[in-house]
Design a protein around this ligand. Structure first.
Ligand SMILES: Cc1cc2nc3c(=O)[nH]c(=O)nc-3n(C[C@H](O)[C@H](O)[C@H](O)COP(=O)(O)OP(=O)(O)OC[C@H]3O[C@@H](n4cnc5c(N)ncnc54)[C@H](O)[C@@H]3O)c2cc1C
Length: 287
């Protein structure tokens, strides 16, 4: 319950925050919503000597349309995603999936950027970002660079963000008309992390799959993109044999850790089942 002592910094621009990171080095940590970092500090799993709070940097909040893409500031909270009319019409997977994350109080603080930067395979945004084919904007001392979601998650709590960089925005292509989507999350109770979950974004040509992206949550050391399963679907109708083959391919890439949510066999089976359910729901929405 009692975190160790630390210095507190509250910059008002990204440049100032990046400068503080460079100056303070490895001892400093970014503070976003604080709903993963503070619980870890209270248990003394993390003991940073300084926190750099991003909450006063207005440029990091909000959803806008820029150059044909939807840009979501890293400090946008889950509840702001849920309330965003732009997302509801252009990227409806995000507000729908955000409702399945944590609880109302946590969603008032927790940010999409923090959920992604934390690098926890149990978090929901990493796999959702993979299904959206999102790109992450990262800012450091040498300016901005962009990393696709599929290349960002390197291990458990390990991402492509360097120690002197900040995740500043998430870029997503708006959905074309009749794009189907779903986030199917198996959990023990409201506010729990997934036992297994699948994010799907797809389009159909008649009753055949034209394009599909599948992201998997909490069934491996990082979120996964189920590329083989995606390839097996293109040009197919969603009949029982096709869905069984998809589930088999998903089970093949799952390597979950056994814990109180279940053993490897159960979680692996649930990864296949959640993917089937997400595909059926997404296909309904392509009409
Ligand atoms: C009871 C409870 C239930 C939860 N359930 C879920 C759930 O079901 N699904 C889910 O996905 N999450 C869940 N969470 C986690 C929650 O969504 C967190 O808010 C989220 O994981 C981290 O976001 P944050 O903004 O709070 O980040 P913080 O806790 O402030 O930061 C997390 C980490 O990311 C780093 N960081 C944050 N922002 C940036 C940035 N912009 N650039 C670089 N580094 C950054 C920090 O330095 C820190 O290491 C739950 C949390 C609680 C307390």
């Amino acid at each position: 319950m009692i975190p160790p002592s630390f210095d507190y910094h509250a910059p008002s621009t990204v440049a100032e925050a990046v400068g503080l990171l460079a100056q303070l080095g490895d001892d400093a940590k970014i503070l976003a919503g604080g709903h993963s970092l503070l619980p870890m500090m209270k248990l003394r799993f993390a003991e940073p000597g300084a926190l750099i709070d991003l909450n006063r940097i207005d440029a990091l909040r909000g959803v806008s349309e820029e150059g044909g893409k939807i840009r979501i500031g890293a400090m946008t909270t889950e509840n702001q995603l849920i309330a965003s009319d732009l997302l509801k019409t252009r990227v409806p997977l995000l507000p729908e999936a955000a409702r399945q994350i944590a609880d109302p109080q946590v969603r008032n603080r927790g940010t999409i950027g923090g959920d992604i930067a934390h690098g926890d395979p149990a978090n929901d945004h990493p796999a959702i970002a993979m299904a959206l084919d999102a790109t992450f904007v990262i800012t450091g001392p040498n300016g901005e660079r962009q990393v696709p979601a599929t290349e960002f998650f390197l291990g458990t709590y390990y991402t492509a963000i360097e120690a002197d960089e900040i995740l500043t925005a998430i870029l997503v292509q708006p959905f074309a008309p009749k794009t189907g989507y779903a986030y199917t999350k198996l959990k023990r109770k409201t506010g729990d992390w997934a036992t297994a979950a699948a994010a799907v974004v797809m389009t159909m040509d008649g009753d055949r799959v034209a394009s599909v992206r599948i992201g998997l949550t909490n069934v491996a050391p990082t979120a996964l993109r189920a590329s083989d399963a995606e390839q097996s679907l293109v040009g197919k109708t969603l009949d029982a044999a096709t869905l069984d083959e998809v589930a088999r391919l998903v089970r093949g890439v799952a390597e979950p850790a056994a814990d109180l949510r279940g053993d490897e066999e159960y979680k692996t089976a649930m990864a296949g089942e959640m993917t089937k359910r997400a595909l059926r729901q997404a296909a309904e929405r392509c009409r």
